[in-house]
Write a protein that binds this ligand. Sequence first.
Ligand SMILES: [Zn+2]
Length: 274
Amino acid sequence: MFDFIKQMFTKDQGKTDHEHDRLKITDGEAKNNVHIASPSTVSTPSTQKNFIVCNGKQVEINSKVVQRPLPTNCWTKTKTKTARVPSMLVTHWDVALSADRCFSILKNIKISTHFCIDNDGTIYQFVDTNDVAWHAGPTTRDRELWKGKKLPSWNSMSIGIDFSNAYYEKYQKNYVAAGFEPRPVITSKVNNSRLGPHLGFYPKQIEAYKELVRVLCAQYNIPLECPEPLEWTSEQAALGNFTGVVNHYNLTRNKIDCAGLPLKQILKEIKEIV
Ligand SMILES: [Zn+2]
């Protein structure tokens, strides 16, 4: 299985940092908007209970959640009797137009993430948090970049959360055509490189992320902390010596997601409500 993943990611080695494993938006679909559902006008009844699934059990959450399991050839089943104990939440963007499109891409290329937060803030759960999703690596390229260091399996020790976000400004028109507000356009900095302007996050996505992080950190006793300084790859996190919430780029210089996510502020706001 590891060889398969390695092979999958090895194909991406020639890409620049601005590209992404999962970028599969074709010109045809960008033009036709086929993968963005318009914002829903139907409000969810307030009495409806939402939950995420952790080791087969329903854990309540105050955000809309849709369960959409990925097939078993996209992730690793945890077979031990004792539950998995993840120590990190790893945050990504999917470089896709919607959570639905993200699901199809992951299914096709046989990788995964536990959650994807759609454009309207709906949380899609693709994998039970007790199982290992294939979202963070390390890949062959990551191992090269951390030459001489013994990296743990980031996938085994973490839970993956993706923001649906096409990243490139040229896709703004697709969101607008589907009836969404324009996405915020931001510039950001990672490892001293300036990025952007690029597409940022919808406020509804940030709200859903906050609730998801709050629930997962409480469930797994993960501290509401991020690496410092936040805008840099962290050796401590890469070596598995950090417990908390990270961006993918905190683990490897090979990635830029989620540049511009105000993680420190988000965690501060969660602490104020718990
Ligand atoms: Zn990522």
